[in-house]
Write a protein that binds this ligand. Structure first.
Ligand SMILES: Cc1cc2nc3c(=O)[nH]c(=O)nc-3n(C[C@H](O)[C@H](O)[C@H](O)COP(=O)(O)OP(=O)(O)OC[C@H]3O[C@@H](n4cnc5c(N)ncnc54)[C@H](O)[C@@H]3O)c2cc1C
Length: 398
């Protein structure tokens, strides 16, 4: 495997840098780099800029307005965009439901939904998990009963990320209780403004409103909003999950976070010297950096296999576990760097325009909030324990 970029790839990296130098709004980059609150408007503004450049839908065929990037080009984008402070794209529309609609939807669904995802007219959220159906997703209970040309949906979804902004939700619902769990599930596209839908916030450890509970009471959904065949939703759901796991290792994010950690550790003073000169602390940084370098090489190995026509298999589970452990370790060290000042913090301090007094250190809110928020990394997208089960079966043959 050649881990050096080709001249074409280096030229692409120059193009990416030139574009980001010119197009990334400074206020948005400042929020991302300072781990401050991003608004719905921030996400939408950046999406419009990316769309104009033709770089928004990097998983889509060109005929639908996508761009055909190679895995290496995606990797270059990931690395560069993280260093520049580009907001992570909200994946539910562009990277999750769109590939399902492209592969399994009918022509009308493609014509209706894909342009609205590109234009930002629709904000999608993901209605998979339920209380009691997370890792064991096939046990989901939200029920859709067919009445003429509608389904009547009743039940609850949970952990629905950014559902408070969404006008559309893609949902897994049970349409058949007489068959094996996986065989009685359908995939519905539901307008969040339909009567009978209630969204309630779940406030996470960092004080954020990022996730929600969504309740459905006698919600009427036209049958034409079903993707593919009735009771075959599990196939489409699994296809979507392969897209969800892509990029969860967050190598680019870890690299940016590591640079920030080193910067922080050189500014924090311990016993009269910069923390980065403290033997024990610098060893911890070195350890995580070695892990990150190894994960970067593994990532490139997987990319090389995909470029050669292979499919990422259980290796992506391995990378998800290592990548998320590394990000959490970096967050932990950053929080430790400011020591007892890490807590307390006030949630308002996460606003870029906050002008009040800081409860302790001005770094406390972003570092502590990030530490708490990123506990999620080892849970979502298939928990790390589930990924380890996959590795033990598929790689170790246990
Ligand atoms: C911040 C956040 C955002 C999320 N956003 C969304 C979203 O937008 N849409 C959505 O549908 N879902 C979302 N999720 C849900 C996420 O997919 C689930 O939390 C995840 O699948 C785990 O399910 P669970 O929480 O029910 O935990 P459980 O499945 O109950 O697991 C509890 C614990 O048991 C372990 N465990 C379970 N089964 C096994 C096993 N077989 N072997 C070993 N260990 C096991 C798990 O690893 C975990 O540690 C989100 C979750 C979080 C935390």
């Amino acid at each position: 495997m050649n881990i050096n970029y080709t001249p074409e790839e280096l030229a692409f990296r120059d193009d990416v840098r030139a574009f980001l130098d010119q197009a990334l709004p400074a206020d948005i980059a400042a929020k991302v780099k300072g781990f401050r609150h991003l608004t719905k408007e921030d996400h939408q503004r950046w999406q419009q800029i990316l769309c104009k450049q033709g770089w928004y839908a990097t998983h889509w065929p060109e005929e639908y307005g996508g761009v055909k990037w190679t895995p290496v080009q995606k990797h270059i984008w990931d690395e560069e965009s993280c260093q520049y402070g580009v907001p992570r794209s909200v994946p539910f529309g562009v990277n999750m439901v769109a590939p399902v609609i492209i592969k399994f939807g009918n022509e009308e669904q493609k014509q209706t939904y894909l342009p609205r995802i590109l234009s930002g007219e629709d904000w999608w959220c993901q209605g998979y998990s339920e209380p009691g159906a997370g890792s064991d997703l096939a046990s989901l209970k939200a029920r859709a009963v067919r009445e003429g040309d509608h389904y009547i949906v009743n039940g609850q979804k949970t952990w629905t990320t950014l559902g408070q902004y969404a006008n559309m939700i893609f949902c897994l619902v049970r349409t058949n209780t007489e068959v094996k769990a996986q065989e009685g599930i359908s995939f519905l596209l539901i307008d969040m403004n339909t009567p009978g839908i209630t969204v309630r916030p779940i406030i996470t450890l960092d004080g954020e409103h990022e996730v929600n509970e969504v309740f459905f009471q006698d919600v009427k959904v036209p049958v034409e909003n079903r993707v593919g065949e009735e009771d075959k939703g599990w196939t489409y759901a699994k296809f979507l999950l392969t897209y969800e796991r892509t990029g969860l290792a967050g190598i680019g994010l870890s690299k940016a976070a590591l640079s920030h950690l080193k910067h922080l550790a050189s500014r924090c003073i311990k016993n009269g010297r910069p923390l980065i000169e403290d033997t024990s602390f610098s060893q911890r940084i070195a350890r995580v950096e070695i892990d990150l370098t190894a994960a970067t090489i593994s990532n490139l190995r997987i990319i090389a296999a995909v470029e050669g026509g292979g499919m990422p298999g259980a290796e992506s589970s391995m990378l998800k576990v290592k990548g998320t452990e590394i990000r959490q370790a970096i967050n932990d060290l950053a929080r430790r760097a400011i020591g007892p000042y890490a807590i307390p913090f006030a949630e308002e301090e996460l606003n870029l325009d906050y002008e009040g007094e800081f409860l302790s250190d001005e770094n406390a809110a972003p570092l502590s909030a990030q530490y708490f928020n990123n506990r999620k990394l080892s849970i979502f997208g298939g928990s790390n324990e589930i990924q380890k089960n996959i590795v033990s079966k598929m790689i170790l043959g246990l």
